[in-house]
Design a protein around this ligand. Structure first.
Ligand code: SF4
Length: 61
């Protein structure tokens, strides 16, 4: 399991599981949610993503 940070933009965030933007309300009950900071200047969430969905260069994909 790896972690991905995604920036929140006007209440929406890119969901690595669904591969589309979702309303952050959907993240509150999500078992993949690692942490979130909605009060910072650049709000973000961090998701735990299964290796097969982690296509970032750091994952070796
Ligand atoms: S917390 Fe869950 S619903 Fe929200 S972006 Fe991450 S995987 Fe998607």
């Amino acid at each position: 399991m790896s972690k991905q940070l995604h920036l929140v933009d006007e209440g929406f965030v890119y969901c690595p599981l669904r591969r589309k933007d979702v309303d952050i309300d959907e993240c509150f009950g999500c078992e993949r949610l690692d942490r979130m900071d909605l009060d910072s200047r650049h709000p973000y969430i961090v998701c735990e993503v299964p290796p097969l969905l982690d296509l970032s260069p750091a994952a070796g994909a």
